[in-house]
Design a binder for this molecule. Sequence first.
Ligand code: URA
Length: 208
Amino acid sequence: MALRIVDHPLVRHKVGLLRRNDTSTSLFRDLTREITNLLTYEAFRSLELERVEITGWAGKVRVEKISGKKVAVVPILRAGIGMLQGVLDLIPSARVNIIGLYRNEETLEPVSYYHKLSSDIADRTAVILDPMLATGNSMSAAIDLLKKAKCRDVRAVCLVTAPRGVRKIEEKYPDVDIFAASLDQGLNKNGYILPGLGDAGDRLFGTR
Ligand code: URA
């Protein structure tokens, strides 16, 4: 499985609101966080649990707690930051590892201008955040960076995806699962997703 569309009615409803041109910046930000909550819920369904004994109100009781690998949440600048709190709401102990990419105008390839990864990233589950998976170039560069750092468990959470970007990730990294709210129709000539929701960074940060 590479692409997993989370088609819960709450997600579908909220994506409909995101797509509206008259959605305000503050509502757009809130919706992004809420949808990311719901996508995170699915992206971490496979977390392992262990049983531990605790003292409850009526004495000893066995409960479950998350065991195994710790999480690193990896927003791609700038729009990925809009999704960050949506993951941290559910996994407050996650480390935040930021990746900044720019596009080399000659090669059109993304180049990392900044990244700061946890020293133990190889032992963590990394979840990359980028609202729009369009060409797949930025996502691919972020996955490369994490793989070079020996991270073996990489997942991606996106709001909206396009077939071209999904194909690229599926072909290059079949082990990376993508959790998203929508698979849209395609890209326009500027690489924007259609019907999409426009420039996610501008809409999140009010710079439109
Ligand atoms: N980035 C965006 O913000 N929107 C798109 O549609 C594609 C890439």
